[in-house]
Ligand binder design. Structure first.
Ligand SMILES: [Zn+2]
Length: 109
C-alpha cells in the first residue's frame, strides 16, 4: 500500500504490517465519511433534497451488481482494444497491454 497521504507516511514510520494497514484504512474511511457527509449536506441544503431520495439512490447503486449488500463492487471495464473484461483496479489490459483504459470517476481522481 502506497500513498502520498501524510497520515500514511507518518504511521509507516512507527508501525509495520497489519496494525499500520488497519490504522490507515480506518483513517481513510473516516475521511471519506466526512467528505460524503459534507457533500450530502451541501446537496440537501442547496437542492432541498429529502433524505429518502439519498436512501433510494444508495439502494439503486448498491443493486447495480445484483446484490443489496451495502457494498459497492467495481464493475469490470471493457478493453477498447481487445474487448476483454478487465478488473477496474488494473491500469492496463492484462490481455493486450492497452494502457489507456476508461476510468470510473472515482478511480480517475
Ligand atoms: Zn485489451
Amino acid at each position: 500500500m502506497t500513498s502520498n497521504d501524510p497520515f500514511w507516511k507518518q504511521h509507516k514510520q512507527h508501525e509495520t504490517g497489519n496494525a499500520a494497514d488497519y490504522d490507515y484504512l480506518l483513517h481513510r474511511v473516516e475521511k471519506l465519511t466526512l467528505v460524503c457527509r459534507a457533500l450530502w449536506e451541501i446537496v440537501a441544503e442547496q437542492h432541498e433534497c429529502p433524505k429518502e431520495k439519498l436512501v433510494a439512490k444508495v439502494a439503486e447503486i448498491d443493486l447495480r451488481d445484483g446484490h443489496l449488500d451495502g457494498e459497492l463492487h467495481a464493475e469490470p471495464i471493457l478493453c477498447p482494444k481487445c474487448g476483454h473484461k478487465i478488473n477496474a483496479r488494473h491500469d492496463h489490459c492484462l490481455y493486450c497491454g492497452f494502457n489507456d483504459l476508461p476510468k470510473d470517476v472515482f478511480t480517475s481522481v
